[in-house]
Design a protein around this ligand. Sequence first.
Ligand SMILES: NC(=O)C1=CN([C@@H]2O[C@H](COP(=O)(O)OP(=O)(O)OC[C@H]3O[C@@H](n4cnc5c(N)ncnc54)[C@H](O)[C@@H]3O)[C@@H](O)[C@H]2O)C=CC1
Ligand SMILES: O=C(O)[C@@H](O)C(=O)[C@H](O)[C@@H](O)CO
Length: 310
Amino acid sequence: MNEKIAVIGAGLIGRAWAIVFARAGCSVAIYDAVPEALSACTKLLHDNISDLARHGLITETPEVVLARIKPAKTLAEALKGAALVQENVKETVEVKRQIFAEMDKLAEPGAILTSSTSWIPTSEFSEHLPGRHRILVAHPVNPPYLVPLVELAPAPWTSEETVKRAHDIYTRAGQSPVLLKKEITGFLLNRIQGAVLNEALNLYENGYASSEDLDKVLKDGLGLRWSFMGPFETIDLNAPEGVIDYAKRYGHTYRDVAKTQLPNEWDAATLKQIEDERRKVLKADQLEERSRWRDNRLMGLVVHKRKQAV
Ligand SMILES: NC(=O)C1=CN([C@@H]2O[C@H](COP(=O)(O)OP(=O)(O)OC[C@H]3O[C@@H](n4cnc5c(N)ncnc54)[C@H](O)[C@@H]3O)[C@@H](O)[C@H]2O)C=CC1
Ligand SMILES: O=C(O)[C@@H](O)C(=O)[C@H](O)[C@@H](O)CO
């Protein structure tokens, strides 16, 4: 790839996006409103890129990939010449509206402007902008240089050409784009992730299992299958004659159980209990080290999946 990409916001996800695009050959300009965030970037980027190299997940040296990522002193400098702008700033609609208004004024006329937002529909921050046709959500999963899914969630006024070009750029950058056909808060992944979290909190709060065992249900159960199959392929293979057979056998039970699966309030006391249990197994100052452990485990999984795909 030879496009220039602008990454706005050099936090956890912005840095990860910079790796995705630099690894694909793009020149990347990264900007952050907080200079310290930008200066902290290089070391963090080098660590992540070196881990990828150690697992054979980049074909060039870390130095070559890192050299493509250049800090920008101003937003305008980052946006100059960029074909696509990936926004990764604070998750509030007010900040998204403000940054997209600024970027729409400063970005190249033909540039696509995308947001990494986890929940906020495009129409909530693009409606009144002159360039609203070129704006859409491109929601990643953390870390996008390992988990390739990116959810493209256009507003009704995002042009088809923008969506097509965005889909092409993310695909060529090694990502796996999915397209939302209409807007919904939280898109696909976080709504599904939320449903799982909601039920896990309910079961924990009502004393059915420990937080450790509920984690095991995913990591030693559903998560194993879901690492290479989605929910519909899973049920298609869980009954001798496929999906309809599965539905005949278990659909009525899922419907009855669903009536007992109530929204969880994310009660502070419950969350404090879970946090305390987590701190017993992982000290707060070990979160960053454990995140690198997670990424290294993910790298091993990605390498394995690539070998399986061959
Ligand atoms: N953390 C995660 O796992 C994921 C986060 N996201 C989304 O990505 C976005 C960023 O999240 P994180 O990277 O986790 O946050 P973060 O807090 O690590 O980074 C945000 C960065 O944006 C900078 N910033 C804030 N306002 C700015 C402005 N006006 N101009 C330039 N820089 C500005 C901050 O200084 C900070 O460095 C959010 O919308 C979040 O919902 C999406 C997927 C996963
Ligand atoms: O889980 C992820 O990586 C993404 O779905 C995210 O958007 C955030 O981490 C999300 O869970 C927080 O809302």
